[in-house]
Unconditional design. Structure first.
Length: 245
């Protein structure tokens, strides 16, 4: 009796489930028909809501790949970004023990030392000295006009300093001082060339054109003294003894 009732109850539940499925299908069909028949909607459009995901599986995998690439690129950009060396104690210690070879401060100090030790070569050309001086100036910066003038004068040759002391025109800038020293140095080297050309024109001394300068005959004549008997004695500096003649 109980078994028959249970079987009948199961059949009723199955029938109710089938009816609910049919109702859901009929509801979706009605919504699709309503959208299809709506004005402005083309026929055959699949605008009815479905349970399928909007993004397919291939699109999802592509999005994951793009996210990973963005993460990697972000890490690389952070690694390539400039670091603040002042906040790193390790880099501070390294900079104290081994300064950077291309540090601007070190380059300026080296140029300042070279300029302070720059000297004009003896009997050299001041144009070369000016070129080296200006090259070091460009690496140092602005010292001030008066400081550069003092350093420039200190490296000049003594002959140019002597000529500057008696030069009638006064100078106020480094450019004027360079122009004056260049003019004086040019005159000096032109004069040296003239002296060399005059020495080359003089004939060499040979036996044919060599004449002995005249000498005082009295210095060569031997000195004679007479004794009481009237004999002459020749006195010579080399021979302390006198020989009678």
């Amino acid at each position: 009796m109980y078994e028959g009732a249970r079987a009948r109850l199961g059949e009723v539940e199955d029938e109710e489930g089938e009816d609910s499925v049919e109702e859901e299908d009929s509801g979706e069909t009605k919504v699709a028909d309503a959208l299809g028949n709506a004005p402005g909607v083309p026929q055959g459009s699949n605008l009815a809501p479905t349970n399928q995901p909007i993004v397919s599986q291939s699109d999802t995998s592509l999005l994951k790949i793009m996210e990973k690439m963005a993460t990697i690129m972000g890490k690389l950009s952070q690694a390539a970004a400039p670091r603040d060396n002042s906040k790193s104690p390790a880099l501070k210690t390294l900079s104290m023990k081994a300064p950077y070879p291309f540090d601007g401060t070190q380059a300026n100090k080296k140029a300042e030392q070279e300029l302070d030790n720059l000297r004009m070569k003896e009997s050299g050309h001041v144009s070369l000295y000016i070129a080296d001086f200006r090259s070091l100036m460009s690496r140092i910066g602005d010292w001030g006009e008066r400081s550069y003038i003092n350093v420039y004068r200190r490296g000049l040759e003594s002959r140019l300093l002597d000529q500057l002391a008696s030069y009638p025109v006064k100078f106020d800038t480094l450019q004027e001082l360079m122009e004056i020293t260049l003019e004086l140095d040019t005159r000096y080297h032109e004069r040296q060339k003239e002296k060399g050309s005059h020495q080359e024109k003089k004939p060499p001394i040979t036996g044919s054109n060599f004449t002995r300068p005249p000498q005082d005959s009295s210095s060569k004549k031997p000195h004679h003294k007479k004794n009481k008997k009237g004999k002459k004695f020749k006195v010579s500096k080399d021979n302390p003894f006198c020989s009678a003649q």
